[in-house]
Design a protein around this ligand. Structure first.
Ligand SMILES: Cc1cc2nc3c(=O)[nH]c(=O)nc-3n(C[C@H](O)[C@H](O)[C@H](O)COP(=O)(O)O)c2cc1C
Length: 182
């Protein structure tokens, strides 16, 4: 079971690419979107592709528990500035952040791929958040030779190069970079 957590950032609509690739590798993917991300993605298409509704909200307190099986790996892609910072600091005010908050403690591979411009990546809170998440065992694909921020206003061109397959490779091999995964 692979949780794909999608945030409200440029390449979110292309998460279909990741879903297809994950299914080819034998994963059962399930998409969890932040409320912002629901404006970027095609909920019906993803539900059809994964066989499960996209989750973006908590259940009502009087509703029975949902039947989402425990994840064997988690990919957060694209990870927004907002969600990276909140996740790293223990804020859980979306369903996606609640899932991420707990996932860190389960010890499953977690791979995050931020999609931010240089105005955001240069900010101290972002740098600290990436470092904090790495300290807790999250594989954050970010930095020279991995995946980098883009100049402001160039996100649309950059989105096509988003490293969906690298994220899947790393989640599949336990979050560890190997020479082949770059
Ligand atoms: C069209 C559009 C594109 C955006 N692209 C990005 C982006 O690439 N990276 C980012 O961090 N935020 C981006 N944002 C801002 C986030 O959507 C916003 O910070 C939101 O609060 C993120 O919420 P989330 O982290 O819960 O998904 C974009 C917003 C819009 C409307």
């Amino acid at each position: 079971m692979l949780y794909l957590v999608v945030c409200g950032a440029g390449p979110a609509a292309d998460v279909t690419v990741l879903v297809s690739a994950a299914k080819e590798r034998g994963w059962q993917p399930c998409v969890i979107a932040t409320p912002s991300a629901t404006r970027f993605i095609n909920l019906e298409e993803l539900a059809r592709q994964t066989g499960r509704p996209v989750r973006s909200e908590h259940r009502e307190p009087d509703e029975p528990r949902g039947s989402l099986p425990r994840a064997d790996a988690v990919i957060v892609a694209p990870a927004s500035f907002n969600t990276i910072n909140k996740w790293a600091h223990g804020i859980a005010d979306t369903y996606a952040l609640d899932i991420l908050a707990e996932s860190v403690s389960y010890g499953v591979p977690i791979v995050a791929v931020p999609f931010v411009n240089t105005n955001l990546s240069n900010r101290t809170p972002f740098k600290e958040s990436v470092a904090r998440l790495r300290d807790e065992g999250v594989t954050v694909i970010f930095g020279p030779g991995q995946w980098e921020s883009h100049p402001p206003g160039t996100g649309s061109e950059r989105a096509a190069a988003f490293p969906w397959r690298l994220a899947l490779d790393l989640a599949t091999n336990g979050g560890t970079f190997t020479p082949s995964s770059g």
